[in-house]
Design a protein around this ligand. Structure first.
Ligand SMILES: C[S@@+](CC[C@H](N)C(=O)[O-])C[C@H]1O[C@@H](n2cnc3c(N)ncnc32)[C@H](O)[C@@H]1O
Length: 291
């Protein structure tokens, strides 16, 4: 099993497990809740199945939790798979006045006024407050594209939209139409609330449609997901891009940056920019398919 971690910082570690079938989800839920290292198990619908989130104790080392959860998940063979590991407490603290995520953009909490450089986010248990480096790097990458002479693409797809933060930034940067997709229904509900809170419902929409179910072309695809998810989705991402289309890939750690460049170059992608913060890497690429 390949595990991917985005579990820096403090707060409880959350392990996200995709499960197929009502019977399997019940048995796995029970198995996880019995583990002494697991404090709480949350459950929501996932396209075609379920998503279980096993939360550990705050500030605990993620590795022992991963090993025990992994051992239970392995008993379900192809019916269950760990798809992400993250710090669960990614919500905005109540009353937060705001923090900068790039030279231009600030994230503010609920109640704050919004303007062209502000993204207002309501607290929620989904990824994407702007507190994580992988999100900030993707924002910087978008700003890099927006600063070019040819301008920012009009149609954008945000794969793994979470809170919707990157889709909202894309709209503020001038995209006419942005679609955010996610496998987590809770994330989609939160993203929709954030779209409304920012007054961007005419530009940004969200859907649970899997990437394989989309048929439109997008001038820019953004994907802040783990390297293994990205590699699994690479064929489908390529199918959504016209020649000359842009791809921003974030959520990579250390050497995964170079490995991803190498893997994507085989599809016809050329790297235009690299952004890094600590161990986190983000790539801006352009698609030039072979004639
Ligand atoms: C690291 S979060 C990124 C959230 C936000 N875009 C940001 O940059 O802060 C990754 C998101 O991808 C979603 N995800 C994982 N696999 C996916 C898939 N195959 N298709 C769509 N979304 C996926 C997860 O549910 C999660 O919300």
């Amino acid at each position: 099993m390949r595990l991917s971690e985005s579990a820096d910082g403090a707060g409880p570690v959350a392990i996200l497990v995709r499960v197929d079938g009502d019977e399997a989800v019940e048995r796995l839920h029970q198995g996880l809740i019995e583990l002494s290292r697991v404090e709480e198990v949350r459950c929501c619908r996932y396209v075609g199945g379920w998503l279980l989130t096993a939360c550990g104790v705050a500030n605990a080392d993620p590795d022992p939790l991963l090993r025990t959860v992994g051992a239970v998940v392995d008993q379900f063979d192809s019916l269950a798979e760990i798809i992400d590991v993250r710090r669960g407490a990614s919500e905005l603290p109540a009353g937060l006045e705001g923090f900068r995520i790039s030279e231009r953009f600030m994230v503010t909490g609920g109640g704050a006024a919004v303007d062209a450089s502000t993204i207002r986010l309501d607290a929620a248990h989904v990824f994407g407050t702007g507190a994580h480096a992988s999100t900030r790097l993707a924002v910087q990458a978008m700003e890099g594209i927006a600063g070019r002479e040819e301008g920012f693409p009009a149609r954008i797809l945000d794969v793994g939209t979470g809170s919707g933060i990157l889709a909202l930034v894309a709209a503020r940067l001038g995209a006419a139409q942005v679609l955010g997709i996610d496998i987590c229904e809770e994330a989609l509900a939160v993203a929709w609330r954030n779209i409304l809170a920012n007054g961007l419902r005419n530009q940004v929409s969200v859907a649970s449609t899997p990437l394989a179910g989309l048929s439109e072309q997008y001038g820019l695809v953004i994907a802040n997901v783990t390297a293994s998810v990205l590699l699994r989705l690479a064929d489908e991402i390529v199918g959504r891009l016209p020649g000359g289309g842009w791809l921003i890939v974030s959520g990579l750690q250390g050497r995964q940056g170079e490995e991803m460049e190498e893997a994507l170059s085989r599809y016809g992608f050329q790297t235009v920019a690299r952004h890094a913060e600590g161990k986190w890497r983000c790539l801006t690429l352009r698609y030039f398919p072979a004639a």
